[in-house]
Design a protein around this ligand. Sequence first.
Ligand code: ADP
Ligand code: MG
Length: 942
Amino acid sequence: MTEQVSLLSDAVTPMLRQYRAIKAKYGDAILFFRLGDFYEMFYEDAELASRELEITLTSREAGKGQRMPMCGVPYHAAEIYIGRLVKNGHKVAICEQLEDPKLTKGIVKRDVIRVVTPGTVTDLSILEEKANNYIMAIILDRDRGRDREGAGLAACDVSTGEFLVTEITGDDVERRLVNEIARIQPAECLVGPGVRESENLWGFLSGFTGLPCTDYDAGHFAPGPARRVLLDHFRIASLEAFGIDDRSTLAVGAAGALMAYLGETQKSSLGHIAELKVYSTAGYMTMNASTRRNLELTENARDGSRKGSLLSVLDLTITPMGGRLLRKWIEQPSLDLGEINRRLSAVEEFVNSLVLREDLRRLLRDVRDMERLVGRVSCGLGSARDLVALDASLNVLPDIKRALGGCTSPALRSLLSRFDDLGDIHDLLEKALVSDPPATVREGGMIRDGYDPDLDRLRRVKNEGKMWIASLEARERERTGIKSLKVGYNQVFGYYIEVTRPNLHLVPGDYIRKQTMANAERFITPELKEFESQVLGAEERIIEIEYALFVDIRDRVSAQAERILGVARLVAELDVFASLAEVAERRGYVKPEVNAGDSIIIRDGRHPVVEAMLDGVFVPNDTVIIPAENQIMLITGPNMAGKSTYIRQVALIVIMAQMGSFVPASEATIGIVDQVLTRIGAGDDVSAGYSTFMVEMIETREHLVAAARRRIRAGSGSGPGHSLVLVDELGRGTSTYDGIAIAQAYVEAMARAGGCKVLFSTHFHELTRLEGEIDGVRNYHMETVVREGRPVFLYKIAPGPVARSFGINVARMAGFDAAFCRRAEQILKDLERRNPERLQLSLFGMVEAASQMESRGQRDDQGAPVGIDGSITGDGAVGDAPADEGSKGGAQCDGTGRGEAEWEIEILDYIRNLDIDNLTPVEALQKLHELQQRLRAAGQVD
Ligand code: ADP
Ligand code: MG
């Protein structure tokens, strides 16, 4: 610790100079600067860390009478503190001493050995077990020739070694990229060229709560350097090995930049990142962020926790790897019939064979997080404990292999044929490591006896020395006759012989006085010193040798990372298959038939989550969608009748089938669905500054865009499947007639577009007349009966529109008193008496008028002055406006420049507000007269 002392005196400046030089290279990270047994932080880093970690902020001499803020954490507890900072979105640069301070004069050499960032954490105590932790790099190129855009996206989970890349080209790139980012849910994002320039994309990224975005130098994304980084890392000559085309410059750019960043921050071989998996978003069901949220696939929409999500019902996995894979399957339902059927048949075998399932699930309990353990080992971070945990998993692999021996499905047979039980690695670890090594790797105690002859010999030497010392006490008591003589040890003087004051006269001549205590003296003998150095020398060597052996073992395991990860992924699949089978068995799910057709036929379907949470019995329902007949299902029914549940259950059953799960039904035939779109709920996207209604309109518009795109694609004959569209109460966020108008226009447009199966729940009874008017539109309703004035929901879907609405019954159930409900019923009767159709027509007339106005307005720009000009409108002459073309537009406006449409609204409002119940016939005539006068004055009536 010579250095620490000197820090406080005149050597302050060189140390600070070193600190500053290192800090300058890692400006965006909190620098953990190793000083002896502590990591110290200085200046702003110290202020920030002391706040976030709730540790004391002190200060230290910084030369010339100045002081600098400082705080520190003990090195052995650093991982916890680093974890906390990283969790809060910070980066931490760990700066180590690269030389032994005891052997160095002056300043010890130091450098950063690793930067921990939110997307590169490998500490198992920070990471969520059953979720991946991705770091992502994106690049957007909006200018690739005519109308072409492209994007590259790479994602890596450093903790498991998974490395993915995709290139998105064609139309609507930004939207598809955003969907993909929403699926991946990265923990950190490297921002490449073009990303900030895109309002949509950048808006999305900045709205992503707590996502740290790092601008990464554009040079890293350039195809040349990016390719070189990838070739170097994977030690290959061409990226074609991964199926990457040289022309995929965006995929290469994103992947290369990400790899460069990982190299810079991790400063280790990252050998477990052994494969670059190229994928296409077109291989999976498309869902945008709000669809995922609305369907509550992995978290509930209320508080974002797992409770109440599809995942919470389906996840009976036992291993962390299995948990992560299941989540992935839910988030990425497949479009590949072969793959879907492979999974379904494996699940089926586990459903049919209880013994196989139970054996496997019992064995899986001993399997630890193999992926992440290997990940830590490959990053040079794994401890002997990590290796022992890995070994415990390897221990059960042969049993798992044996348990699978009797399986018959081709899916499981093929998996079994690839199942490597990693016996060699298991043997190595068994032979090399003790079963309960310490947490640190620098104090020995890790390597088993018999593994290394040198180590064994040193241990013998050390033990002999210790035994000699241990027996010394008895020997010397005998020789000197001092009964209270003691042999002890302390850090400063080493071993000593202690004699109490009254016995000092008995001390023999060969004792050398070393230390005087209050009532005793401590001595050494030359012989004792010799054994002491034998023990301590051996101990030091042992620690050195153990560390070297450990590193060698770790490297040897690390070299097999790819093999181990291969098996870990098979184990994950087995875990998921058995879990899905277990759920199927417990909840009575059946194997769906998935095909390339375009119908969806479900018998006795149930909502998997509502069913699981319901106290009572869930009422099953059929769904038969054959696009030529009922492409659009219009579902009416009162509130609480089960509409929302029903439409969601159809989507969830489709998703479950395509992820390879059995489904809650008695029978299901699912024509592959390649996209699920939703318009559900009233979520304000406040962060993006949109009102509820605006969000509703934006989402709805997306359906039309998607439908139109599908038609273009269908025309070119590519792509399987249909889109499934859920609309829950469209047009609620605005006035009734507005809402109906938009809802009807939507139904018309979706029917025209084709290619989408639409489940449309609505309380607008007016829409039910569209059946028969528009091909493919069919009415359904949720059955409800009234008993003793109260609606009783049967939760059964039936053909045809709902006969009546039950709002007032529900109000009664909610506790409104009889008088209130009677009045409401009276008003309802009144409203029903008046002809709603007429009002509606007038509304459409209004829309038409508005669009006419628009075109006139354009004409007016070019010529005749209209309305607002005082010369025409000033003295009520408007009513007598000449009937020539040029001023006809003027007749549409009153003295305030208002248009026909606004007039109509005013008049409708006037009529609406008349208190007809208290109006005499004469008064009514007067009102009519008044209306006519006003219209005349405005030139609306000749
Ligand atoms: P709506 O959308 O028509 O207002 P919901 O779908 O929200 O109705 O359903 C209201 C409640 O009714 C649900 O929360 C659930 O408790 C119950 N429910 C819905 N469908 C069923 C069903 N098929 N069987 C039993 N209970 C159901
Ligand atoms: Mg509802």
